[in-house]
Every structure is written in C-alpha cells, then in structure tokens.
Design a protein around this ligand. Structure first.
Ligand code: IPE
Length: 255
C-alpha cells in the first residue's frame, strides 16, 4: 500500500458536538467550527465521532454499556442506532459543506476483516476522501453492546499509525482529578497515568474520561502522539492538528 503522507485521526467527542444536557440536541455551531478548522489544515484526516445526547441518551435508557448485555425491549437498540445515524448525518453534512469529502464507514463493514478495512481506508485517503466512523450499538454473543468511538479510534491508530490522534473534548485538557481543580496536565507521562486514572470518576456508559485516558495510553504505546484539546476552542484544535505541544494535554507516543 502506498504512502498517504501526514495523517491525523480526530475524535469529535459527543460532549462537544452535542448538548449533553438536552436529548437529541446538536451543537451545530461547534460542529461547523470544527469542520472549518479541519478544512484549513493540510493533511489527510480520519474522523470518528461519539454519541453525546444522541446515542448515549438511548444507550442509558436501554441500560447498555461496553459489555455484552441482553435487552428485553429491542426497540431501544434500534433507537440507539437511529439516533447515531441521525447524528452522523449532521456530521457529514457539516464536513461536506467545508469540502472535506466525508465517507461514513459503519462497524458492520469492518468488524470481521481488518485487512479489508485497511485497504479501503488507503484507497479513500489517497483519493482525497475523508473516512468517518461513529460509536455504535452492535450485536454480540448474547445481546448487544456499545462500541465507543474511543475504541474505534484505537483500532484505527493500530491500523494506520497516524502522525497524531486528537480527542476533541469539552474542557481544556485532562485535570489531575475529576473535580477539576488544579492546573491542566500538559504532558501526561505514562508513569503517572495510573494515578491520574484513579482520580477520575466514571461518568457515562462508555467509561468517561478514565477510559479515554487508558485508550490514549494504549495509542501512545503504538508510537502515536495523543492530544486532548478543547473542541470549543478552534485555535487550540488547530495547534493540536499541527502537532504543537503545550496545548491541551499531550501524551507523547512511546518511540
Ligand atoms: C458512544 O460513543 C456511542 C453510543 C452511545 C452509541 P462514545 O462513547 O465514543 O461517545 P462520546 O464521545 O463519549 O459521547
């Protein structure tokens, strides 16, 4: 497979592109500003987005999380998926308006064959198309489970070894503890990761910030720099896209 040049994987957190305080509400202005910032950055991009007040809202109603679980009322599963497809439509509309050529790939396509996925991604990226993924609800051995956008991001990092991975979150970076006191941690060294995780509380069905840090750590072990930046601040986002340290929280790739 040929080289595709500088590649950045970006996760739009659900708490950034949606308003988590109100079910099914989009932060359209923020989504638009993220797309605009992406459009001025000269790199290949893969986008992943979360569920926020769309998927997470219905996942909570269904009592689903990242573990396989039987659901009595399967209409709830359908509603989770429908809400994610709706949110995805908003995301690709916005990316499209800014000329990013989005192309959504759902987990059913790739969960069985990662080699096929890799080939497809190279094909799309080399033709200036931006693959888009989203957290989803999937059938499992007995019942259903939520596949988070963060887990998808890890898998994509393993497959593509991007120049960097950026998590757009709703705050300025990672705080030392979940009550958000103390200054933002600018460089999250792997030696302190465990301590920081222990001080975070688990807030949503896919594990909140603690799980995010664990995934970021796994990604950094692939040799990929990971940034957590405030998705509400386009300037910070652009700096992270450029790979500038000192913005948000960075976990440097272990090389
Ligand atoms: C959740 O994905 C997807 C569903 C609930 C279906 P994420 O866990 O990645 O979503 P956010 O970014 O935390 O909202």
């Amino acid at each position: 497979m040929g080289r595709i040049g500088e590649l950045v994987i970006i996760k739009f957190g659900g708490s950034v592109i949606t308003d988590k305080s109100r079910p099914l509400s989009l932060n359209s202005g923020v989504l638009d500003s993220l797309s605009k910032t992406l459009s001025i950055h000269n790199s290949k991009k893969v986008i992943v987005h979360g569920g926020g007040s769309f998927g997470h809202y219905y996942a909570k109603l269904a009592g689903l999380n990242t573990k396989c679980k039987i659901v009595e009322d399967t209409n709830q599963v359908s509603l989770i998926r429908k809400s994610m497809l709706e949110l995805n439509m908003h995301v690709i509309n916005s990316l499209s308006l800014h000329g990013l050529n989005p192309y959504t790939i759902t987990p059913f396509f790739w969960s069985k064959n990662l080699n096929n996925l890799k080939t497809l991604l190279y094909k799309l990226l080399s033709q200036n198309i931006c693959p888009v993924f989203f957290g989803d609800v999937l059938p499992c051995t007995r019942g259903f489970k939520i596949l988070s956008g963060d887990d998808i991001s890890y898998l994509l990092c393993r497959l593509l070894k991007p120049s960097r991975m950026i998590f757009c979150i709703g705050v300025d970076g990672i705080f030392p503890s979940s009550n958000m006191d103390g200054p933002i941690i600018r460089e999250l060294d792997y030696k302190v990761v465990r301590k920081v995780i222990a001080k975070q509380s688990f807030l949503d069905v896919t594990g909140g910030i603690a799980r995010k840090i664990k995934i970021a750590y796994k990604i950094s072990k692939l040799g990929v720099d990971v940034f957590f930046v405030n998705g509400f601040k386009p300037h910070d986002f652009l700096k992270a896209l450029n790979g500038e340290y000192g913005v948000g929280t960075c976990m440097r790739g272990v090389r």
